[in-house]
Design a protein around this ligand. Sequence first.
Ligand code: NAD
Ligand code: MG
Length: 282
Amino acid sequence: MSKPKEFPKQSQDQPGKQNEMNPKPEIIRADYKGSDKLKGKIALITGGDSGIGRSVAVHFAREGADVAIVYLSETEDAKKTKTLVEKEGQSCLLIKADLKKRNDCERVIKECMDTYIKLNILVNNAGVQFPKDSIEDVSMDDFDATYKTNIYPYFHLAKLSLAHLNSGDCIINTSSVTAYRGSSHLVDYASTKGAITSFTRSLAKQIADKNLRVNGVAPGPIWTPLIPATFDDVSDFGQDTPLGRAGQPSEVAPAYVFLASKDASYITGQFIHVNGGEIIGA
Ligand code: NAD
Ligand code: MG
């Protein structure tokens, strides 16, 4: 992928909308060939309407899976994901839900099971962030929303899914490079991502004896609706990575395919760092 020009000025509110972004993120490479890696599987993907989640939905479909996607309010984006999944010859169930609410988490699992009868792959991916330069400016409302969106549903949905997952099935959680290197302007968000990493490692150990795997992806700067919806200036977004550019969702989703497939059958409790070259320690 060549180095893009700087991103043009733009602004949105959270949750951002993919159909309002300029330029549009790349969802899947035109030359990405599926090879039935997920044939016959059912995947539930939160935040599947846009960004990384939409790309995961389309890649999973190209690999032969049917998907259920959860979104907060971006109905137009969600319908577009459904169209793209159907173009791959697979089905896509849309579930509108506020995952901050435990009842909605329960309804999500119920609607998915009512439609597909089984569940093989849970992708926890929804998230919010409220950048602030000082901890003194982080309101308790934003702090609450960040924790209740970014980690509570990951826990609830994993717990609720366990009743349905069987040997060989898996959970994939979305963390962030900020969990590993810290972030001065995302103190609360980065700490939820650290919680996701530790949750992933711990649950992986707990359920390994059932041959259930729990892994995660820790993206660096990826061009998604979250970015223009939360940063005032996106012009040089991602330029400070070793590769010198932001990543596209099309460059992140294949990591989810790998972790969801039999190719990763001996991998659990691990993270793939799709971050443009930042070296991560432990
Ligand atoms: P995105 O805006 O496309 O996706 C986030 C999704 O979360 C939205 O589509 C929204 O529907 C969903 N969501 C938010 N609050 C919700 C709620 N209360 N209930 C249900 N759904 C809710 O942006 P993205 O960048 O693709 O984000 C996906 C994940 O990737 C997030 O967890 C984010 O923290 C993580 N991430 C992104 C980057 C990046 O640079 N884009 C970097 C590291 C990690
Ligand atoms: Mg969205």
